[in-house]
Ligand binder design. Structure first.
Ligand SMILES: CC(C)(COP(=O)(O)OP(=O)(O)OC[C@H]1O[C@@H](n2cnc3c(N)ncnc32)[C@H](O)[C@@H]1OP(=O)(O)O)[C@@H](O)C(=O)NCCC(=O)NCCS
Length: 188
């Protein structure tokens, strides 16, 4: 593989990455018994600095809520009796829209088993399930620095990217917060 170096314009020869064999996995619906394993895997992947978005947090409540609302679109990939990946999504209807959306909220694969087609299997199965349930658009989102996820989604036909800006304000320095702390600290 050859490409032009952005640094000095020289032709750089890169060896293509050796392709790893696809991992045989069973993709099936998430069960109650899988929740601890999925939670633990997600904790390793969605660390605070790697969270796909600021407005969602990876915690047990989120997982249990998805499991209870839309079990048919919560999938796990199992290999050797172990959960090695998951794709958790739900159907969404927007007010005043005739369209039904399939939203893939969390997708993750064990770090040691990446680039072996596990997420691809999960995504295909989830896509079929969304289609069966008459979703017409599938939505995904991720941090713009998450190059692996972006490459993955683009490879699988996702596009029409819309950028969204999150703003935050630290409320600890707000005068009301300061006053509140002072009141709480006042001796009786
Ligand atoms: C993104 C993620 C789910 C991909 O899982 P995966 O099982 O490794 O993906 P696949 O093996 O099915 O990859 C299919 C294709 O996607 C692209 N791709 C996947 N990971 C990539 C990477 N790190 N860099 C570049 N391209 C990548 C490649 O085109 C790959 O095909 P190839 O290996 O034949 O080149 C995985 O990296 C992950 O769990 N990341 C952390 C969690 C996360 O960011 N989730 C997404 C937001 S919720």
């Amino acid at each position: 593989m050859s490409e032009i170096s952005p640094v000095n314009g020289a032709v750089v020869h890169r060896r293509p990455r050796p392709r790893r064999a696809a991992l045989p996995v069973v993709v099936r619906e998430l069960t109650l018994e899988d929740i601890p394993a999925v939670f633990e895997l997600g904790q390793k992947l969605f660390t605070p600095e790697k969270l796909p978005t600021l407005y969602r947090a990876w915690d047990e409540d989120e997982l249990v809520q998805l499991y209870t609302t839309d079990r048919q679109t919560c999938l796990v990939a199992e290999a050797g009796g172990r959960v090695v990946g998951f794709a958790l999504g739900q159907l969404m209807e927007k007010p005043r829209s005739a369209w039904r959306y399939g939203w893939l909220e969390w997708l993750g694969v064990d770090r040691g088993l990446k680039r072996r087609g596990v997420a691809t299997r999960l995504l295909r199965q989830l896509t079929s399930r969304f289609i069966e349930r008459e979703a017409r658009i599938m939505l995904v989102d991720t941090d713009e620095r998450n190059r692996a996820a972006l490459a993955f989604f683009r490879k699988h036909g996702f596009g029409q990217e819309v950028r969204h800006v999150y703003l935050s304000r630290n409320l600890d320095s707000h005068p009301e917060a300061i006053a509140r702390r002072e009141t709480l600290e006042e001796p009786e």
